[in-house]
Design a protein around this ligand. Sequence first.
Ligand code: ATP
Ligand code: MG
Length: 561
Amino acid sequence: MTAAEALDADVGRDFIRDIIAADVAAGRVAEVITRFPPEPNGYLHIGHAKSIALNFGVAQEFGGRCHLRFDDTNPTREEQEYIDAIKRDVRWLGFDWNDHLYHASDYFEQLYEWAEHLIRTGKAYVDDQSQAEMRASRGTLTEPGRNSPFRERGVEENLDLFRRMRAGEFPNGARVLRAKIDMGSGNINLRDPTLYRILHARHPRTGDKWCIYPSYDFAHGQSDAIEGISHSLCTLEFEDHRPLYDWLIENLPVPSRPRQYEFARLNLSYTVLSKRVLIELVRDGHVAGWDDPRMPTIAGLRRRGIPPAAIREFVRRVGVAKANSVVDIGMFEHAVREVLNRTALRRMAVLRPLKVVIENYPEGQSEELEAVNHPDNPAAGTRRIRFGRELYVERDDFMENPPKKFYRLSPGREVRLRYAYFIACREAVKNAAGEITELRCTYDPATRGGNAPDGRKVQATLHWVSAADAVSAEVRLYNQLFSKPDPNVGAFAADLNPNSLEVIGDAKIEPALAADDADAPVQFERQGYFYRDPDSKPGRPVFNRTVGLRDTWAKVQAGGR
Ligand code: ATP
Ligand code: MG
């Protein structure tokens, strides 16, 4: 695709794509090369999906490529488990880095040489101040910083100390290498930022080779330059780092000159997209793990049954902007429903079963009825479902003393059982405690298929399953993990929703559900979209509710017009 075609295509225009198109049109870049640079210190979340879709998306649209680069400069927080999970999640989202998998640690030797280059050109020095001293002399937003007493060290002494830092002669925190820029700068990032710190820690890739590690700022832009990245896209919190990014590129003999552009992070209501909080949720057992379906992680969303296409569509609709904002979780769920409505086969499942006995249906007899798999897609075909004397309906679909607008089952009321017959309720049977244990009903054999030949109407159509062949299942209903739209990230435990998970131990599901492809999403009619959980065992399926059917976002949109 040429740049012009990319602009014409319905990919959604945004300021990043405009910048890239202009660079391509003016011949400023030969090839569009982007990168997604996760730090492997946790699992990816839906915010990362926005960055992934942007970086891989623009590369695709402009006929370039996108690298996956692990920003693995802090060995104390990074783990192989996270590296594996990140690769799996990027692929699952539908993106491919092909041969372009890199690590900042691949460049440690080159970065080290460049650090020496800065020392030799008088643009970096070894500082012996303690962390507290450095913090105290850094100044504030309104006050300039103070020069370190070690700032005017000679080149030879700096080189000697830096080499001895590398050789492991000093303990953690004893010294750092700093860029020599300007302690009076209005931008704190330019007040002699740290380039290297001593950290005696084993690195997952380089092992014990290094005991000094580059800072994010020193590693990132130079890694971009080594890889020939044309557009280095990151989130807004790095805007103030851009002058440092550019300073390093200017002052080092790097092989290319990448440019950094910043866009707004994705924030979602009722959730938290801070890795620190997500790590704590897992570590402190507030959730069952990184892939708990209540988590906003890609692994959690996958386990919940969210299709990757819905995530891609959602982030496309959110778009790429320059101002931070919070997106309503309803907008995400709306995109999920849209995709699932098209793809999920319909099934019947009774979550809170109430037994129905059809008194005029002969005992020991049963029959097969036909049910459609998808109302808008005839190619999805039909299936046979069994009808017999004993059935289950939803407890909520019966009321003994219904209010005016309750049209479902109640004594004397007739309703339709989906794909089957009209039934009328005669009596509710109760136990000694006064709880309803079963309904005695009759059916009208003339209404087979769900219509009365005499044209009489009913107000409700209920889902049901036959008691004889229903399969017992566990169903996990999820609600928002947080009870507030804007959880307090500083003290999030108080904002956790105590009812975020409701487990139903004995739902009754139609047998087709137990036999279906485990990876296919399903709609339980009148309930929502569900997805099989890996905790399922033969004969004992477990289903996660992906999302309910009720779409408040669609209403919000319609009302707003
Ligand atoms: P940390 O705060 O621990 O650094 P992070 O969320 O920034 O975590 P990274 O692994 O550094 O995680 O992020 C990789 C890339 O994803 C970065 O380019 C970052 O800007 C982007 N990213 C992270 N969170 C979001 C978000 N909520 N929306 C959009 N992009 C994001
Ligand atoms: Mg980060």
